[in-house]
Write a protein that binds this ligand. Structure first.
Ligand code: MN
Ligand code: MN
Length: 276
């Protein structure tokens, strides 16, 4: 995708987080980062909507982290450590999942450097369960864990359309919930001039566009809607981001991987617009 291999001069660094140990329905997101890379050769580096080219962005792809299979806590720690090392070098981390639990580590690392950040979550789900089948650390609980250190007044949950009533009541009480009708200009007004971290669960897209995910939810947004949301944030100061929950092997056409790769392109361009 036009990435460089070394961190020399890079403003942004991508790395894969191939962890899918808590997937509640069907696993396979550990193959997500590699699938995004594989198809990225076929993606144009120029984006006509942003009128920018990936070749004008100094960004690195560090490959996938090596995570111990089955060891959740160690995996989370290695991810947080990797993000922390990038922050120490003044480079913005950009993680490719993996399941959504991995975002916990990235948001922790970002929050340590930017306690005033605003967190934007694009997702079909709120991920606000307190526990899931007895475990506190799951992709179904990740936003609840994040809310233990990021104040809900700094969180926007955009596009959720599935989950138990209690989760929606909680999100409405905390005022984090935004329906998928929120316009790009409303979204950028909500962020204002605050630093932003974006966590993007690809199942926010309709399964007709991206069937290759662990918990597909009918009734999702279009590619254009998601891309316009991302581009609406391109004037903001980004401090980190992740794209999670691609499970490539559930889509034998590989279109889900292509869609994900193009979303990653939008994220690279939007997150670096004020840097380059
Ligand atoms: Mn999620
Ligand atoms: Mn989801």
């Amino acid at each position: 995708m036009g990435a460089q291999e070394s961190l020399e001069g890079a403003r942004l660094a991508l790395f894969g987080m191939p962890y899918d140990g808590t997937c509640s329905f069907r696993p396979g997101t550990r193959f997500g980062p590699a699938a995004i890379r594989n198809v990225s050769d076929g993606i144009e580096t120029y984006c006509p909507i942003a009128d920018r080219d990936l070749e004008d962005v100094r960004f690195a792809d560090l490959g996938d982290l090596i995570l111990p299979p089955g060891d959740k806590l160690e995996s989370l720690q290695l991810i947080e450590q990797a993000a922390g090392e990038l922050y120490n070098r003044g480079i913005m981390p950009a993680g490719l999942g993996g399941e959504h639990l991995v975002s916990l580590s990235l948001v922790k690392a970002a929050f340590r450097r930017h306690p005033d950040l605003v967190l934007v979550q694009f997702d079909a789900h709120l991920d606000l369960r307190d526990d899931y089948l007895g475990t506190k650390l799951s992709h179904a609980t990740v936003m609840r864990r994040i809310m233990e250190f990021v104040d809900p007044s700094r969180i926007l949950q955009i596009g959720p359309r599935s989950g138990p009533r209690e989760e929606f009541e909680l999100a409405k009480k905390f005022r984090t919930y935004r329906p998928d009708t929120v316009s790009p200009s409303e979204l950028s007004a909500l962020i204002a001039n605050r630093p932003v971290y974006v966590t993007l669960d690809l199942d926010v897209l309709d399964p007709s566009i991206l069937p290759g995910t662990g918990t597909p939810e009918p009734g999702g947004v279009s590619f254009a809607t998601l891309q316009n949301w991302i581009m609406a944030l391109s004037g903001s100061q980004w401090v980190g981001w992740d794209v999670v929950e691609l499970s490539p092997d559930y889509d034998s056409s590989h279109v889900s991987s292509v869609v994900s790769s193009k979303i990653v392109r939008s994220m690279i361009l939007a997150s670096t617009a004020t840097l380059c």
